[in-house]
Design a protein around this ligand. Sequence first.
Ligand code: NI
Length: 195
Amino acid sequence: MILPIVAYGAKVLKKKAQVVDLQDPKLPAFIADMWETMYAASGVGLAAPQVGKPQRIFLIDAAPFADDESLDPSEQKVLADFKKVFINPTILSETGATWPFNEGCLSIPNIREDVMRPDQLRIRYTDADFKEKEESYSGLAARVIQHEYDHIEGVLFTDRLSSLKKRLLKGKLSQIANGKVDVDYVMRFPNDLKL
Ligand code: NI
């Protein structure tokens, strides 16, 4: 089932999400709905708060980035195979030089900005088979994880911009919150409902 994606301005996007109960019998169906929702919106990542659930879970399919010919073949291969669910993740460390990448977000349609983040990270999480994993990522794979992890901490990429950039975007962001945005997937706007 495709779930509406919550737009910028909703309180659920600013909240630190809660630990997921792995025994919850509804969890597998919720994960399936998140995949369906993400693909319907042509996203590479989706976090539970973006569908209105303040839970520590996000999923990523980075395959669309694998076609980027500016990347070296080994990174393209990693991205092509990077389809994962992260449940109750903890980023253990972030290392390496910070670098800019032009980020976008399904909750903030039609806005893209360069965001600086460290190149490498180590993360512990529970996977789709409910197994505990600890892994290292770098480059674009790390980048997508960092963006999605921010969502479960109640942080949006726009929070990481300079105060000048934030001021310049203010008008566009309030238009999104008010539903004045052209988007080809189903969204729910904060002023429609008390989210
Ligand atoms: Ni996002």
